[in-house]
Design a protein around this ligand. Sequence first.
Ligand code: GLV
Length: 315
Amino acid sequence: MKKLLITRPIADAVMEQARLKFDVTVHADGALTVDDAAKALANYDAILPTLGDAFPAAAFAGELRCQMIANFGVGYNHIDADAAAKANVIVSNTPDVLTDATADIAMTLLLATARCAGEGERLVRSGKWGGFDGKGIMGTHVTGKTLGIIGMGRIGQAIAERGHYGFGMNVVFHNRSYKATKVPALQLNSLRDVMSEADFVVVATPGGAATTKLIDKAALGAMKPTGIFINISRGEVVDEDALIDALEQGRIAGAGLDVYVNEPHVPDRLLAMENCVLLPHLGSATQETRQAMGQMALDNIIAWAEGGEPPQRVN
Ligand code: GLV
C-alpha cells in the first residue's frame, strides 16, 4: 500500500475511503514547518496538506519519495508548484467546490461590516444594550451601492452575482486580463479606478508573488472615506499595516476580513477597532464544502495512484 500523509483531520467519510486504499498517517501536531514538509516528502508517497503547511522550494531539495501533493484548498500559494514540478511531484488543488461558500462569506462580511453586526453583537452580549435607539449604532446601506471586485475569477464572479441579483448593486471590477462576465459588471481601466468608485471593495484574487501587497497604501488611499474593505483571498494581498493605518485614521469606514498576513496572528490594532469584522478564515467552512474538498483532494490522489492524470492538477 502507498503511504499517504494527511496533515489535518478531514471529513470522516473521506478518511474512511482513504484508509481503504492507502496506508494513512494523520499529522497530529498542527501545520507543517519547512523541515516537517521536507521529511514528509522524503517518507510518504503522497501528501494531502492544507493552508499553513509550508512547502517552499527548500522543502523539495532532498531525496524525495513523494510524487503527489493534493492540496485541501483552492489556493496553493503555500506550495512552490514549480519547485514541485522540477522534483517530479504533481500538485493538485480543490477549485469550484468552494466557490459558493467563499462568495457567501464575502457577503457575510460585507453585510456584517456595513450593518455593524459585530459591534451590535458585542453590545448585546455585554448586557449593556439599553433598548431600541433611533440614534444608536448606525450602519450604511448596502442595496443599490457600488461593489468593486478585485480579481474576477470564479469566486469574484460568484460575489458579483450575489451583489447584482441579491442587492441590486452596480458591479465594477479589476482583473489582470480582460474578463467577460455573465453578470452585468464593468471592467475598469485600473485597480485605482475600482478602489475609488466602489462603496465596497472585495478582494478575491489568488495569493502568491504576483499579488503580494497589490492593495498598498496608494490603493487604499484611493478609497472613499465611507468605503468598506473586504478581504476573503489571502492576507498578503493587502499591506496590512497600511490597511490598519487607514482604518485608525478614519480614511476608510470599515473592514471585514477573513484572512491575515500571519495567520493565526491577528494584529492587536485590528482587534481594538469596533468597525472591523474579523473571521478566522472561514471561507470554505461549511460541512458540505469541506467534505467536497476532502473528496476532491482524495480523488486526485486515487487518480495518480491508479496511473491516471489527477483532474485538478496545477503544475
Ligand atoms: C481557502 O482559503 C482555500 O484556498 O481553499
